[in-house]
Design a protein around this ligand. Structure first.
Ligand SMILES: Cc1cc2nc3c(=O)[nH]c(=O)nc-3n(C[C@H](O)[C@H](O)[C@H](O)COP(=O)(O)O)c2cc1C
Length: 457
């Protein structure tokens, strides 16, 4: 094995029954997956067997709205699943190496409580926790006793303050604050406990946190928004960025744009890993892969198709259209998930899609890159982005679970290894070590050191 060659990182992006919107109807799917811990245990262990860096679940603090479309609700498996941190805490006990990325919203969470939960997960998993920082595109305000969904710019302003505050709270205790000397009766060095004492635009928090400094210093910070303020937030604070790109050109533009923002924040390009999603539809031959793709697409019920379109064409009446009409231009919406709307708009205009082709394109992986082919072709598709400035890592988005993850691990991972692109063994014990990321120093200690240097000159 070549160890000097740059290595690809792999994440298993898990959507209960699979990423395809109709996955739960497939004969191989675990239909009750969202609330089945044995299913998730199998997935985490399969990903670990494949030496994946991490498993990841997306999340939004809201269920499907029955009033909006009861027929679609009747036919979707996406409305009921576990809360991510609870799920990962359980699965960290039946795995040893794999990292756990949990999504949590800076718009709808509280910084103190969130800092505490992620620090706890980092201890419970022995250094394998990561936080996917999202600002939540969808309006879920009705679940939170507030009058409305904050505007895009406000959500990002709050996110900036939120992430800094959480990091400050994680620094409440220096790494060697706990002495725990039974003989002398000294448990803790109070000089190594710090108050964040934060008073900002959105939050007022004293500290300290009631958990020690996380095993990794900070759990790994992941970010998944790709709008202008999303990219800025990532360039300043994130260590991995999840993204959706359809074409190589878009992926390359995103990659170089985000990497180009790092130096301005005093960071090196390798301090932020870029991980686009890929939805692989495998087959032993090209024809078999295409047949697998056609089969799963045939499972999309018409009411789900119209629901997908209605959500994309918010505010536009589609009742006069048939599925074989050309897709009209999408409305501009500047407040929700900006980057994804742009991506699907480009998809329609680039390919002159009909409404049917459009919903089928989105049903697979909501705009992420879909590759239909043999294991070699999937590996080729990954290698070309990895080696040409478009990706450091990939979020593998199995269409059907559990089988498509098992197939990827058994059929694609060996090819990536043979090409020297992916590890044979984990390099370290924490997620940071495996991703090749530094353990951050305690901000209070760094600040005190700087003050001492200033006093000395
Ligand atoms: C791979 C990936 C995963 C994402 N997961 C979530 C998620 O779990 N919850 C969520 O609210 N947004 C998720 N997003 C979207 C956003 O992170 C984002 O917070 C938001 O919708 C605004 O995005 P924007 O900066 O592109 O406008 C995800 C995006 C990507 C690319």
């Amino acid at each position: 094995m070549s160890t000097s060659k740059r290595q690809m990182r792999l994440g298993a992006f898990i959507m209960a029954t699979g990423h395809h919107i109709a996955a739960w109807r497939h004969p191989e799917a675990q239909a009750d997956a969202g609330l089945n811990i044995d299913h998730y245990r199998e997935l985490a262990q399969t990903a670990e067997r494949g030496k994946f860096d991490l498993v990841f679940v997306a999340d939004s603090p809201a269920g499907w709205d029955r009033a909006k479309d009861p027929e679609a609700l009747r036919r979707t498996a996406q409305g009921a699943h576990f809360e991510p941190l609870t799920l990962w805490a359980a699965l960290s006990q039946v795995t040893k190496h794999i990292g756990f990325v949990a999504t949590a919203s800076t718009t709808y969470e509280d910084p103190y409580l969130l800092a505490r939960r992620f620090a706890s997960l980092d201890y419970i998993s022995k250094g394998r926790a990561a936080w996917n920082v999202v600002t939540t595109g969808a309006d879920v305000s009705k679940n939170f006793s507030i009058s409305g969904h904050p505007a895009h710019a406000d959500r990002y302003e709050r996110a900036e303050e939120f992430v800094d505050l959480v990091k400050g709270l994680w620094d409440s205790y220096e790494d060697d604050a706990f002495i725990r000397d039974k003989e002398s009766g000294v448990y803790l060095d109070p000089d190594k406990v710090h108050l964040v004492d934060h008073k900002g635009k959105f939050f007022s928090v004293a500290g300290p946190l009631n958990v020690g400094r996380p095993v990794q210093g900070y759990p790994v910070i992941v970010q998944a928004g790709a709008s202008e303020p999303g990219r800025e937030l990532a360039a300043r604070t994130a260590e991995m960025i999840f993204t959706a790109n359809q074409t190589f050109e878009d992926a390359q533009e995103f990659y170089s744009d985000v990497k180009g923002r790092l130096a301005r924040n005093g960071r090196r390009p390798d301090e932020l890993l870029i991980s686009p999603g890929i939805f692989p539809v495998l087959g032993g031959t090209e024809a078999e892969a295409q047949a697998n793709y056609d089969h799963i697409q045939s499972l999309v019920h018409p009411s789900i198709a119209w629901n997908i379109l209605a959500r994309l064409y918010k505010g536009i009446d589609l009742s006069g259209y048939s599925l074989d009409d050309p897709a009209p231009p999408l409305p501009e919406n500047t407040e929700l998930n900006k980057s994804r709307l742009k991506l699907v708009s480009d998809l329609v205009s680039r390919n002159n899609l009909t409404l049917r082709q459009f919903y089928l394109a989105v049903a697979t992986a909501r705009g992420h890159r879909t590759v239909v082919g043999t294991p070699e072709q999937i590996a080729d598709a990954m290698q070309s982005w990895f080696e040409n400035g478009a990706a450091d890592a990939f979020n593998i988005m199995p269409p059907i679970l559990p089988t498509a993850l098992t197939d990827f691990v058994d059929q694609v991972v060996p090819i990536l290894r043979k090409r020297g692109l992916f590890r044979h063994e984990y390099e370290g014990t924490t997620l940071r070590e495996n991703l090749g990321l530094q353990r951050p120093p305690n901000g209070f200690v760094v600040q005190a050191g700087q003050q001492q240097v200033q006093a000395a000159v």
